[in-house]
Design a protein around this ligand. Structure first.
Ligand SMILES: Cc1ncc(COP(=O)(O)O)c(C=O)c1O
Length: 426
């Protein structure tokens, strides 16, 4: 049971301290109870809480301007909601209104939230209720995954070469795995749609799906394909945004694309209920076709916090920090991987890292759940909180608040190595 928290630390009911390497599911972006956010929250609470979206207030305008300044043209219109799933639903609506088409393509092992639309675009084992959610939503048949998927070795993924020099066998500027997966998207369109699609949605790196990175050119090539079939491209940046990946502020930049619609949540508010959709003026204009409304979206308290989150990320150099500390963490984990048979894969970018546990590196058989959960508990008992995920529930997700320091990375690596070593003896 958690009783309090401060920056990268969480305290339980006995005041035992834990290093938080999951950040409330990638939500506490700049630190628990960051003093600057506590002040902004307090000041705003004394000024104005709620108006409904039928009035404007200065806070929503100043935040909207600041947020869209982080986007390239023509992504300059923002709409605020309260959760990622709400923003996803709105993105699906806009894609359909704008194109006049119905079918949305989504990726196997992607996760979008738990509203009906978001359940429809999600496809992770064990997350499916026995209820219809996929009207007009089609999952690409094949899991795009350089580690477990059918095509491409793990060298082909988009970013590891940045940290660890692993040359890919493909010719320069060409990625065989990407081509094959894009062909799969094409086949899905051919077999499952009229040839006209409303859109395509993807996370920059699959989060709940287990920090899965795509082959190098997959997203860019898929965007071209979708647009050729009349669709718009929706980037789900709920986990990957605001500098967490280190190399870029937004994950879509790392794929060298500009989406038509971007969805943000979680880290945008550091834990305050806040989410947003950013799109082009042309696409946004579709909302004038009927009334659209959200009671709490854009409320003064959430937008005040959201604006200060952006300031803190800039002032405290958090993107750069995510890059350097993320590289150190990935390198450290790679070293541990070479020592132990049960660490099948280490992947990710910046402070969004996945460690996949297996019985055997050759077969890649997922580590037995009891053994996996024992390691999870041991990490916790030694003061390190991490997340779990992946299609087989065998991936540790390391996504700390971006305020961590170098010695926190050292601590996490030491604990991780010790616990894996102890559990490898059995
Ligand atoms: C990538 C992604 N998109 C959307 C969502 C949904 O966000 P929310 O839980 O705020 O509805 C999540 C939540 O985990 C997510 O990870």
């Amino acid at each position: 049971m958690v009783s309090s928290a401060s920056m990268q630390w969480i305290f339980d009911q006995n005041q035992k301290r834990y290093l938080d390497f999951f950040a409330g599911i990638v939500t506490v972006s700049v630190g628990h109870c960051h003093p600057r956010l506590v002040k902004v929250l307090h000041d705003q609470a004394q000024t104005l809480w709620h108006t409904t979206a039928i009035y404007v207030h200065p806070q929503i305008v100043s935040y909207a301007q600041k947020l869209v300044s982080k986007f390239p043209d023509p992504l300059k219109v923002v709409y605020f909601v309260n959760s990622g799933a709400e923003a996803i639903d709105m993105a699906l609506l806009l894609a359909r209104l704008h194109t006049g088409n119905i079918d949305i393509l989504a990726l196997r092992n992607g996760y979008s939230g738990r509203s009906f639309g978001a359940m429809g675009t999600s496809a992770v084992p064990k997350w499916n209720f026995n209820t219809p959610t996929r009207h007009g939503i089609i999952q690409v048949g094949m899991q795009v995954d350089p580690y477990r998927g059918h095509f491409g070795g793990s060298n082909c993924r988009d970013s590891l070469s940045q940290v660890i020099n692993r040359p890919c066998n493909c010719q320069s500027g060409y990625c065989e795995a990407s081509d094959k997966y894009v062909q799969e998207v094409q086949e899905t369109i051919n077999y499952m749609t009229s040839g006209n699609v409303a859109g395509f949605i993807n996370e920059g790196i699959l989060g709940v799906g287990g920090v899965v990175q795509f082959p190098k050119h997959f997203v860019r090539q898929t965007y071209d394909l979708i647009r050729n079939h009349g669709g718009v491209c929706i980037a789900d940046e709920v986990q990957t945004a605001f500098g967490r990946l280190g190399s870029h502020y937004w994950a879509f930049e790392s794929h060298t694309v500009v989406p038509d619609i971007v969805v943000m949540a979680k880290g945008i508010g550091n834990g305050i209920p806040l989410a947003a959709l950013v799109t082009t003026p042309e696409i946004a204009r579709n909302l004038t076709k009927a009334l659209y409304f959200n009671t709490y979206g854009g409320n003064p308290i959430s937008t005040a916090v959201g604006e200060e989150v952006l300031n803190i990320i800039d002032d405290e150099g958090m993107q750069e920090k995510s890059k350097t500390l993320g590289e150190k963490l990935i390198k450290g984990l790679k070293t541990i991987q070479h020592e132990f048979e049960i660490i099948g894969d280490v992947r990710g970018k910046g402070l969004m890292i996945g460690v996949e546990l297996v019985e055997n590196k050759q077969t890649k058989q997922p580590l037995n759940q009891d053994k996996f959960l024992k390691i999870f508990e041991d990490l916790k008992d030694m003061g390190l909180l991490v997340g779990k995920g992946g299609a087989y529930g065998n991936v540790f997700r390391l996504k700390p608040p971006m305020c961590i320091e170098e010695n926190d990375v050292d601590f996490a690596l030491e604990v991780f190595r010790f616990v894996v070593k102890e559990n490898s003896k059995m």
